[in-house]
Write a protein that binds this ligand. Structure first.
Ligand code: MOS
Length: 704
């Protein structure tokens, strides 16, 4: 028996009990097919050609020799591509112009799509694409991001997020502070690389444009394509049944548009698969950041002044802001409080959402600065955070809907053995290893967006749930199965969960840590109403009884509160004083992230995020070559990230934290695992060595 948060009691108790993935057998046996491997009759293959210059104009695409090569069907480029309309505001705002492929001859950065070669086989397409000569008129470019870069500007505020927040007299409070931390932090350009590369097959079928794709939201991709090609939304169908990772990268990108264009031109199915190297330019990445944090406190650690200034980069064609200063708007109050985002436009691809956008780099700076303040005040870092727990949102003034940050620290400290820690740095040594421990807070917003679902009571006693959800490897399909089972009061085995088909209606994407929560809401609503109908009695007709839900009104009525998941990260490191190598020996994360639907997959998701935090702290760094403007070593050999041998035992657990306003109690767990991880490790490195590392990654050459 599991007590839910809504006052009702779940009879089946599926939610909260560990459950293996409902599609697990299909995945491990290869029966689950991904977008790049589903066979289609008459399938042609497109190979993308990216610009080799970082700024200028295309003078010529020399197609003729390539068109004579074996199997080549067409070469699409700005001179012959169908026109698309990018002048619209989609579900996530105006599109990045990179999806308006081949509409002009301008090249705004290295890796801009300039041509698509289509052939009978992928090998023929690749051979021809590598042979294709594109001539350019090159212009000077600039790609090197640095703090305070000339041209840095404060962007316009978005509806969800002001560019700048300000209260109180910062200079006066800093001057009146007994202790001041003023530090500059940097994080490098980082990339997300799902194991399954981006792939899309498009074809026209009975007057409809149909795509089989790998994405984080089939309905969203369908709506974007309908906008771009000026089609009736009902005439576009996108499916994405299995997805091998997303992390923010699997939105609408050029390859889906190109597959659709090519299928239209050739009137046959066309698939476009991105290579690992192309992904470094085409699917978004995390902007480098430069962050200045100023904290002023009384001697007892109470904050008087708080200032977080966060700078990032965007492209010359589209504005994307890495909102690193968001974290401080939620975490800590002060008499004077200031946060601001600034951005500079360089000749680089547009950055995009990458797991915990904003909070991941923001928490590195903020939670490192808190540790520096604790050191200066001579206060335990956890006690410092306890002293600065705000009663309400520091910027919004709204009450918190559950803020169990200190519960996380308390439970984490107990399990980690924090009480035994000597706060002085550089005291523990094992041979050539210096040992240290560190901690940091985690936070991520807990939002929800409207979705629709349908639930059908079938004549055979089963229930079919249809929702355009996406399972990007998170276990969402399984979580929704458990949620439907509880809502219908039947065993999970009686649920048939159908997801990732845009024909199922509008639904939230797998993003912003709000996919499962938003979908669960819709599934719960439809299931609840179906149960009421079934309770009236009467048989089930052969076509079943179907109920649809739409959560738009329910979500709009959500009380105005600061709604967040919280967490406490702990790390122990060993630093080799002869080589500068940092080894993480153990990590512990305790989270307050709403009701946990499936402990098995939830734990994996937290651990995955924490592993990424480790990777961010010690390994990841994309370097752009100033001469070519292109990333150096753009593959999984050149882009260094944590391998198995780098990852110690990682423990993740949670405290009870149901969201009282959510029908299932969910908050969302997709992104918080990475937040604070890098700071906990950096703080542990300081504790081991007595040296602060304010630039990521903490490479051996920086440690020595
Ligand atoms: Mo996530 S970065 O919101 O897909």
């Amino acid at each position: 028996m599991t007590t839910t948060t809504t006052g009702t009691t779940a009879v089946t108790g599926a939610v909260g009990a560990a459950h293996t993935r409902v599609e697990g057998l299909a995945k491990v046996t290869g029966a689950a097919r991904y977008a790049g491997e589903i066979p289609f009759a008459e399938l042609a293959h497109g190979w993308l050609v990216l610009s080799t210059i970082a700024r200028g104009r295309i003078r010529a695409v020399e197609s003729a020799p390539v068109l004579a090569m074996p199997g080549v069907l067409a070469v699409l480029h700005h001179g012959n591509a169908p026109r698309v309309d990018g002048n619209y505001t989609g579900p996530l705002g105006p599109p990045d112009p990179v999806v308006q492929v081949f509409q002009h001859d301008r090249v705004p950065y290295a890796g801009w799509p300039v041509a698509l070669v289509i052939a009978e086989t992928p090998e023929q397409a690749r051979e021809a694409a590598e042979t294709l000569v594109v001539r350019y008129d090159q212009e000077p470019h600039e790609v090197a991001f640095a703090a305070g870069h000339p041209g840095m500007y404060t962007p316009d505020s978005s509806p969800q997020s002001p560019a700048e927040t300000e209260k109180g007299d910062l200079a006066a409070e800093l001057a009146a502070s007994a202790v001041v931390v003023d530090a500059q932090y940097t994080t490098p350009e980082e990339h997300h690389h799902p194991l399954e590369p981006h792939a899309a097959m498009a074809r026209w079928d009975g007057g409809r444009l149909e795509l089989v794709d790998s994405n984080q939201g089939s309905r969203y991709v369908a709506e974007e394509l309908a906008n771009l090609f000026s089609l009736d939304p009902a005439s576009v169908r996108v499916r994405s049944e299995h997805v091998g990772g997303g992390f923010g990268s699997k939105a609408l990108r050029p390859h889906q548009v190109l597959a659709a264009m090519a299928a239209t031109v050739l009137q046959r199915p066309v698939r476009v698969v991105l290579t690992r190297r192309q992904m470094f330019s085409v699917v978004g990445y995390r902007s480098p950041t430069a962050q200045r944090i100023r904290l002023g406190a009384d001697a007892d650690g109470r904050l008087r002044a708080f200032d977080h200034q966060a700078e990032c980069v965007t492209s010359t064609v589209h504005e994307f802001i890495e909102r690193s200063a968001e974290m401080g708007r939620v975490m800590y109050d002060a008499d004077a409080h200031h946060t601001v985002h600034r951005v500079v436009r360089l000749d680089v691809p547009t950055p995009s959402w990458m797991r915990a956008p904003g909070e991941a780099p923001g928490s590195f700076a903020l939670e490192s600065a808190l540790d520096e303040l604790a050191e200066k005040c001579g206060i335990d870092p956890i006690a410092l955070r306890a002293r600065n727990e705000p009663a309400a949102g520091p910027v919004s003034g709204l009450p918190f809907s559950g803020r169990k940050l200190l519960d996380c620290f308390q439970e984490g400290a107990r399990r980690f053995g924090w009480a035994d820690r000597d706060p002085r740095p550089g005291r523990r040594r094992e041979g050539r290893w210096l040992l240290g421990t560190g901690t940091a807070a985690a936070q991520f917003p807990a939002r929800a967006l409207p979705s629709t679902a349908s639930v059908t009571a079938e004549a055979d006693g089963g229930f079919t749930v249809r929702i355009a959800a996406a399972d990007i490897g998170t276990g969402a399909r399984t979580a929704l199965t458990l949620i439907a089972a509880d809502a219908l009061e039947v065993a999970p085995e009686r649920i048939r969960m159908r997801i990732a088909d845009s024909d199922f209606g509008p639904a939230m994407i797998a993003g912003g840590s709000m996919g499962t929560r938003s979908w669960a809401w819709a599934v719960t609503a439809a299931a609840g109403e179906l149960r009421q109908q079934l309770a009236l009695g009467g048989g089930i007709p052969p076509q079943g009884i179907t109920v649809r839900s739409d959560t738009t009104a329910a979500i709009a009525a959500l009380a105005q509160k600061e709604r967040h998941a919280f967490g406490a990260q702990f790390a122990e490191v060993a630093v080799d004083v002869t080589s500068g190598e940092v080894r993480v020996r153990r990590m512990l994360g305790i989270f307050a992230a709403g009701r946990i639907v499936n402990p098995l997959t939830a734990r994996s998701q937290f651990i995955g995020g924490m592993t990424w935090g480790l990777s961010m702290a010690l390994h990841e760094e994309a370097v752009r070559d100033r001469a070519s403007g292109a990333p150096v070593g753009a593959d999984l050999a050149g882009y260094h990230f944590a391998a198995h041998a780098d990852v110690p035992p990682i423990e993740a657990d949670w405290v009870d934290d149901p969201d009282e306003d959510d029908p299932v109690g969910i908050k969302g767990i997709g992104e918080i695992g990475i937040v604070g991880g890098a700071a906990a490790i950096a703080n542990a490195v300081w504790h081991a060595t007595g040296v602060r590392h304010r630039d990521l990654p903490i490479r051996p050459d920086r440690v020595l």
